[in-house]
Design a protein around this ligand. Structure first.
Ligand code: PLP
Length: 420
């Protein structure tokens, strides 16, 4: 038997994994991390996630469990729920979904039968797979009628959403996306949903932190159900959650457990409780505003260098750059930028003539770099490095030199949660 004193550390037990994690820590320390769905969770959040809670089974809900030994887990899950309810001003929350995708799947299970019709923003226009895209289970078990953004200004065409909704009479109407740089008009979606008798689901995975910090309008009071991840702009651990009113609480809880999942990941739920406490502070409100201010400053700095932005700019934390006029594909640019110390992802742009595996655009955002304390003044430098990397995408020595510059610059901006 292994006694605690003989229980080796990770570095002793498994130097291979320990070393890989250390390299990942250094990578996250040394790069401009600009994938807009990513962030730095605080050391406090990460500590909660790496705790003994990972050992515990707690199927059911607080005070109604199927296993003994819930003396502390119940209080933890209750704290997480109470803090999220207070943060967003909702009547009910379920913090057990393992991630954003299962949270959405639970909503289907609560409201739909296979074959029912659902509507969401199409994936190539910035929607999410789980909003009914064909390769997803949601597009194969349900009939999906995607809506689009307009060709000219890349904004969601609400007239088109209304027309399609009246035709298709969807059971679920999703609003929210992964690559939409503009504000979601929740009241407008709510009236369309009401007109056709659809359940309106606001998927705020990307913008939950902006909403919590008052930097994007809230869907509360408009959407019937709100789903989210917890690890994007909210800066929590990986996870998902469902927010709703008392009316739908029981149906959604039942859909999560026992409908879709077994035991909840209480370590991550503890991390979420910590993140919700952090997000309720004035400091977090300033953070959320700064994320948007930085994205706007970066949009200006890139436009000044001749880059074409989908929809002409941004209202939130993310930018989609259409590289067509720069004669470089999104994938080639993304790989060059990564080598130069700027981590982002290649992405389709609306009405992209190229294939999804090598599309015309790149997607980037400011949540993680803002967590390190970069402000508007630093966005000029970021745009400069971005431009240099795209211009010299074929010059490996130049890209490596840029990465050295980026790393030196970031030495002044410690990354939360990264202890190397
Ligand atoms: C990220 C995201 C999801 C999925 O979350 P996972 O945690 O990756 O499963 C769902 N919806 C939207 C809009 C997202 O951006």
């Amino acid at each position: 038997m292994t006694t605690p004193s003989r229980d080796p550390s990770l570095a002793d037990r498994d130097p291979e994994i320990a070393s890989l994690i250390r390299h990942e820590d250094e990578r996250q320390r040394d790069k401009l991390r600009m994938i807009p769905s990513e962030n730095y969770a605080s050391r406090a959040v990460l500590e909660a996630c790496g705790s003994s809670l990972s050992n515990k089974y707690s199927e059911g809900y607080p005070r109604k469990r199927y296993y003994e030994g819930q003396q502390f887990v119940d209080s933890i899950e209750e704290l997480a729920r109470d803090r999220i309810k207070a943060l967003f001003g909702v009547e009910h929350v379920n913090v057990q979904p393992y991630s954003g995708s299962p949270a959405n799947l639970a909503v289907y299970f609560a409201f739909c039968k296979p074959g029912d019709t659902v509507m969401g923003l199409g994936l190539p226009h910035g929607g999410h797979l789980t909003h009914g895209w064909p390769v997803s289970i949601t597009g194969s078990y349900f009939k999906s009628v995607p809506y689009a953004v307009r060709r000219d200004d890349h904004r969601i065409d609400l007239d088109d959403v209304r027309r399609l909704a009246h035709e298709a009479k969807p059971r679920l109407l999703f609003c929210g996306g992964t690559a939409y740089p503009r504000t979601w008009d929740f009241p407008a979606f709510a009236s369309i949903a009401r007109e056709v008798g659809a359940v309106l689901v606001a998927d705020i995975a990307h913008i939950a932190g902006l909403i919590a910090g008052g930097a994007h309008p809230s869907p509360v009071g408009h959407a019937d159900v709100i789903t989210s991840t917890t690890h994007k702009t909210l800066r929590g651990p990986r996870g998902g959650m469902i927010l709703t009113s008392a009316q739908y609480a029981a149906a959604l809880d039942k859909a999560v457990f026992p409908g879709l999942q077994g035991g909840p990941h209480e370590a991550n739920i503890a991390g979420l409780a910590v993140a919700a406490k952090e997000a309720a502070t004035p400091e977090f409100r300033r953070y959320a505003q700064q994320v948007v201010a930085n994205a706007k400053a970066l949009a200006r700095a890139l436009s000044d260098r001749g880059y074409s932005l989908v929809s002409g700019g941004t209202d939130n934390h993310l930018l989609l750059v259409d590289l067509t006029n720069k004669s470089i594909s999104g994938k080639v640019a993304a790989k060059a930028l990564d080598r130069a110390g700027i981590e982002l992802n290649y992405n389709t742009v609306p009405y992209d003539p190229r294939k999804p595996f090598d599309p015309s655009g790149v997607r980037l955002g400011t949540p993680a770099i803002t967590s390190r304390g970069l402000g508007e003044a630093q966005m000029e430098a970021v745009a400069h490095w971005f431009d240099e990397a795209v211009k010299h995408a074929a010059d490996e020595a130049k890209l490596d030199a840029l990465a050295v510059e980026v790393k030196a610059f970031l030495g002044d901006y410690p990354a939360p949660g990264i202890l190397v």
